[in-house]
Design a binder for this molecule. Sequence first.
Ligand code: GDP
Ligand code: MG
Length: 315
Amino acid sequence: MNEPGLRGPNAVAGLRGPNAVAGLRGPNAVAGLPLFRSGFATILGRPNVGKSTLLNAMLGSKVSIVSDKPQTTRTQVRGVLDRPDAQVVFVDTPGIHKPRTPAGERFNAAATSAVDDDVDVVLLVIDATAPLGTGDRFVTRRVPAERGLCVVNKVDKASRAQVLGQLAAAAELGLAEYFPVSAVKGTGLDALVEAIVARMPEGPRYYPEGTVTDVPDAFWVAELVREQLLAVTREELPHSIACRVTEWEWPRIRCEILVERESQKGIVIGRGGEVLKKVGTAVRGQLPDGAFLDLVVRVEPDWQRRPHALDRLGF
Ligand code: GDP
Ligand code: MG
């Protein structure tokens, strides 16, 4: 996901902030001119610790889908925190886990490739209510200690003693700072956001003012469909579902739902089409008025194992 032109010397002129004019940066900055900070922050952590929820909460806007099923986020999702004094480009990643399929390997690659030298801050999210495990340590190995902030999430579900214990355990990971938060309740988020901004170097606005995400509309609609399907289906099905928008002629949007087996098709459609209807209604409720959403279910056996299918799905 390294589009040229989004940062550094190749940054598109029109995307730079008011303070980015050559000669006004760094040591040559005019005294009294407020500093504009900008940079990139990657969110890492085991599946289900609340990375996507945290991103949405920090932005105050839904840019990444959330579910109680692990491995919901499959690609990198970028969310932009845009303020008068700073712009932080967050990258939400799939949770890193032991891959069992080629699809799982790609989700991992999407997560680890989000940590490179261009990243100013890495947020390592851990769950306050679950003991630190090998999974967390596996992920931590990818976090540069001096740029790593540890976020202990879900403190709303944990006792005080549990939170303190988790902070103490996390301290052994040796990262730069530690933040107990609740992404759902909003607790501790202001302090976290301020710490992230404070770590950003002086820089330009990488995205136009007011940008919240760079997720393309078609991908986003497919994600919303998948989110609703995850909410209404159970067990093994979530991992078997992929969604993609195949036609976009506003207000008409056609979205294909791929499943791996004929039996799964029936579950997704539901008795008398009831499940699909529910999904369609819930997704339309999050789209601009007038959207016409056409949902089609197709069986594509083993889409997870076939590189072609993965390419077409954008993984
Ligand atoms: P991800 O896989 O790390 O992106 O996790 P998600 O953001 O999809 O969240 C996984 C589950 O944890 C969802 O059911 C969320 O509602 C829940 N969750 C996330 N943050 C919190 C939190 O602060 N408190 C509680 N109680 N639940 C949370
Ligand atoms: Mg996620």
